[in-house]
Design a protein around this ligand. Structure first.
Ligand code: SAM
Length: 280
């Protein structure tokens, strides 16, 4: 029986060409075919590496036939490396479809690790890296976008979003309106000359930067804001007694508790004081 080929998912640089791995170069040299998102774009990398191979374009808008063509080549014993314009295939990039089909055909899939923009943005963000949620690009359709924001409001992990530079202003304003004045990090131009991390409250970033250029990732601090929003909601719905007990458990003295309750309920301290005398 003829051996079937292997599908390699090869990560390529997200800016700095030196970030290609030895193993990626070896695989790209060894395979029979390279399937690339944009063949012209990938040629620059392959020329830089002195690699000359048959290239087949495989992009987001490729139809099912293109996937089937690559699968038939794999079944014919040809080894294929899938690369994208930048980073790791199948992460907000083509790859998912062919991987699913390859699994159905018992084709071996081998990931070749390397750059991935979201991971590098996250590790240098200074935010919680133990638990995070990657949402890729937000939908453009109004209703789907609104639904996605509803989902984000409930998210208590660090949130990672991809965005195109010409849509960043709109997206930052949408985040401010939907999630409030959250702490964010914008990771810009990773691995390139103008690499930059912009950290702060989203309102401050919006007012300080009128034009954010280049490739960008938005990281949103999930836990604190959303938890504190939930707590606020919870406290508002408590009786005054329950509210008092909530702070008492935190070992606060009476004066401090009254001050906090007044702030939570947006009323005068004396009003709370008088009401508590009646209760207690
Ligand atoms: N598959 C890629 C990966 O592994 O990261 C991501 C591809 S996705 C189509 C492109 C998005 O990734 C950009 O819009 C941007 O949000 C992010 N991105 C890619 N390269 C970047 C870089 N050098 N700096 C910051 N963000 C980058």
């Amino acid at each position: 029986m003829q051996n079937i080929g292997k599908l390699y998912l090869v990560a390529t640089p997200i800016g700095n060409l030196d970030d290609i791995t030895y193993r990626a170069v070896q695989i790209l040299n060894d395979v029979d075919i390279i399937a690339a998102e944009d063949t012209r774009h990938s040629l620059k990398l392959l020329n830089h590496l002195n690699i000359s191979k048959p290239l087949i374009s495989y992009h987001r808008h490729s139809d099912e036939n293109k996937t089937d063509l690559l699968i038939s080549k794999l079944l014919n014993g040809e080894n294929i490396a899938l690369i994208t314009d930048a980073g790791t295939p199948a992460i907000s990039d083509p790859g998912e479809e062919i991987v699913k089909k390859a699994i159905e055909e018992n084709i071996q899939i081998i990931p070749i690790p390397g750059p991935c923009a979201l991971i590098n943005a996250l590790i240098a963000s200074g935010m919680n890296t133990r638990e995070f949620s990657f949402y890729g690009f937000l939908p453009l359709n109004k209703k789907l976008r609104k639904n996605k924001f509803e989902e984000l409001k409930k998210e208590n992990k660090t949130i990672i979003l991809y965005e195109a530079p010409h849509k960043i202003n709109q997206t930052l304003n949408d985040i401010l309106n939907e999630l409030g004045d959250v702490n964010i990090v914008i990771a810009r131009e990773l691995t390139k000359i103008h690499e930059e991390f912009i950290r702060g409250k989203i309102s401050e970033i919006i007012s300080s930067y009128t034009e954010l250029k280049g490739e960008l990732i938005i990281i949103i601090e999930g836990t604190k804001i959303i938890e504190s929003d939930n707590i606020k909601e919870l406290l508002k719905n408590m009786s005054l007694e329950e509210h008092y007990e909530y702070y008492k458990k935190q070992n606060l003295d009476k004066k401090e508790i009254i001050k906090k309750i007044a702030k939570d309920r947006n009323v005068n301290k004396n009003e709370i004081y008088m009401k508590l005398i009646n209760i207690k």
